[in-house]
Write a new protein. Structure first.
Length: 329
């Protein structure tokens, strides 16, 4: 627990989302006062329901594209749909969330002399021609494609943050998050891990878009949270950007086969058309994180998948129970 004298007021945008809810849990466990902001576009109250009765937790339903004035010591800007089906559903609002939302958080940072950590993404590298991707790589991004609302929105957010730093000398930090998975993922978010697990648990065909040779590096949520919190606690002179992700690279066919084996599923693997601008390779160079944060992932893909499968199995059980209860009413 944090000492009363050292406890902070921590603002987490996207606080009911996958990553944000884990950050809420972490800082509440350390004795800090946590304010979660979320418009529940993709976040879920279910993710934070255990915190709602805590005297150290506050939930504000708000869309950060609109100004808001909250005094905080630390700000984690994690609000934005992060899966293609969600951010492509309303691409204009996705861009607004990254750009206007970040502007609004920067204004709070400036007004209250706070520290801001921005959740950027490996998507700023686009479909990379450099592999693995270093922070110095400028990326290969289609600025007018169907994914660009997210890719370019996050790139613009980084630009804004570093301009505010140069003009106003703000206390800022930027991380670039690579593929992450674990409990609290939205079962409907369309990400590959959640899709494959749910399909396997229900014995439906597992759909791979493309031929399955495209690769990703999957980081378990607990490892990522440790990297995020270490970055937030670095000296003011460390701004980033710093990659956070797992360096163990797997193709999607291998991932599907692992999940079928771990779930003992009868699912078959089918193939669909690869979406436009979908990256063929994705793997972080985490040399900076290792050097500056003394951080690297520790949880293997198999161990992380076992925990994530257990989460989704429990979720399906609850949904089935709730459906049966409704039928009996």
């Amino acid at each position: 627990m944090a000492n009363p004298d050292s406890s902070k007021k921590i603002l987490i945008t996207g606080g009911a989302g996958f990553l944000g809810s884990h950050l809420c849990e972490y800082y509440l466990s350390k004795g800090h006062y946590v304010i979660a902001i979320d418009n529940l576009c993709t976040g879920r109250i279910e993710n934070i329901k255990d915190f709602l009765t805590s005297v150290n937790f506050e939930f504000i339903m708000h869309d950060i594209t609109l100004p808001i004035d909250i005094k905080a010591d630390w700000i984690f800007n994690f609000a934005c749909p992060a899966s293609p089906p969600h951010y492509q559903k309303d691409p204009i609002h996705t861009t607004k969330t990254s750009v206007l939302g970040t502007l609004n958080m920067l204004e709070i940072t400036k007004k209250y002399n706070a520290r801001l950590l921005q959740a950027s993404t490996s998507e700023v590298y686009g479909d990379p021609k450099e592999h693995p991707q270093k922070e110095s790589y400028y990326g290969y991004v289609n600025p007018i494609g169907i994914r660009s609302c997210y890719d370019e929105g996050k790139r613009c957010a980084e630009s804004l943050i570093f301009d505010y730093y140069r003009v106003y000398n703000l206390d800022i930090k930027v991380i670039r998050i690579f593929n992450t998975y674990g409990p609290n993922m939205d079962p409907q978010d369309g990400r590959v891990v959640s899709n494959f697990i749910l399909q396997a648990l229900t014995n439906k065909d597992i759909t791979i878009y493309g031929d399955g040779t495209q690769t990703r590096s999957f980081c378990y949520i607990d490892d990522l949270i440790e990297g995020i919190t270490r970055m937030m606690e670095t000296d003011r002179n460390i701004q980033g950007p710093i990659n956070l992700g797992n360096t163990n690279e797997f193709n999607l066919l291998t991932l599907a086969e692992k999940i079928i084996k771990l779930t003992k599923s009868s699912s078959k693997i089918t193939f669909g058309k690869l979406p436009k601008d979908d990256p063929t390779k994705r793997k972080p160079d985490i040399s900076l994180a290792q050097k500056i944060l003394n951080w690297e992932p520790k949880i293997s893909l198999d161990d992380g998948l076992v925990k994530t499968i257990a989460y989704f199995k429990n979720l399906l059980h609850k949904q089935k129970y709730n459906s049966q209860q409704k039928l009996q009413l």
